[in-house]
Design a protein around this ligand. Structure first.
Ligand code: PGA
Length: 262
């Protein structure tokens, strides 16, 4: 399975000129290798810009609507994204959930996106409060997010999951990366749950939350972690290059076995 490195620019940068500079940094610095896929998810206004500036990097959106066209002020459709050359979309990011996104809407967006051949990255992850509880409570919460988010799953081959504990996101106060071995355990559990519940499907599962050039190799060394979703560090081309380089190194070195801890 390829390793995936997904850049989530969130609502950055502020200007077209800065977006062009960042895109140029990606184009000149980010390594390419067989077995590693790189996806950039800029804000909607910069999608076309990136499409022109960095043709070798796959493009993703940070959200999508569930209708294909019509009277939906402010919305962007999966068909519009597809026609623009976008091939990925992030769904259910915790920052969108915090802004009111429901599981029901996430599942409708997944259905519409997959019907338009977009690869969908469903984000799941627990809060700091839940994280302080024992594993069964956390797992129960993740199961519910997975069950609801996948309720209208159309095409398992287009599915990617991202385990992104909210407390590990760098923008959160005190956001610190998960322990890579713990993240790997949780990801292995997610894989097992999905395979059992959804007809043996085995989507790639990424880790997200404060991934940096300095720590990425600690996540990539586990075979069960299929890639990373990168926020803050993706806004610095040199840092992002370091993360992609860790993925490249991981596909050439032999990773720690599936369930093994350090
Ligand atoms: P971070 O963001 O890498 O800045 O923690 C990750 C994300 O929220 O997608």
């Amino acid at each position: 399975m390829d390793k995936l490195v997904v850049a989530n620019w969130k609502m950055n940068p502020a200007s077209r000129a800065e977006a062009e500079t960042l895109a140029a940094g990606y184009r000149t610095q980010v390594p390419r290798a067989t077995g590693v896929q790189v996806v950039a998810c800029p804000p909607m206004p910069y999608l076309a810009l990136l499409h022109d500036l960095t043709p070798a990097i796959q493009l993703g959106a940070q959200d999508v609507f569930w209708e294909e066209s019509g009277a939906h002020t402010g919305a962007v459709s999966p068909l519009q994204l597809k026609n623009l050359g976008v091939s990925w979309v992030i769904l259910g990011h915790s920052e969108r959930r915090a802004a009111g996104e429901t599981d029901e809407n996430i599942s409708k967006k997944m259905e519409a996106a997959q019907m338009n051949s977009l690869r969908t990255i469903l984000c799941v992850g627990e809060s700091a409060e839940l994280h302080a509880q024992k594993a069964p409570a956390i797992e129960k919460f993740l199961h519910t997010q997975l069950d609801n988010g996948l309720a209208r799953l159309k095409d398992p081959s287009l599915l990617v999951i991202c385990y992104e504990p909210i407390w590990a996101i760098s923008a959160q106060s005190g956001g610190t990366p998960d322990d890579p071995a713990d993240a790997m355990d949780r990801i292995a559990h997610i894989k097992q749950y999905i395979a059992t519940k959804f007809n043996n499907i085995t989507p790639p599962v990424l880790y997200g939350g404060s991934v940096s050039a300095g720590n990425a190799h600690n996540f990539f060394k586990y075979a069960a972690i299929d890639g990373v979703l990168v926020g803050a560090a993706s806004l610095d081309a040199t840092a992002f290059k370091g993360i992609v380089q860790s993925a490249v190194n991981a596909v050439t070195a032999s990773p720690v076995a599936y369930l093994e801890k350090e």
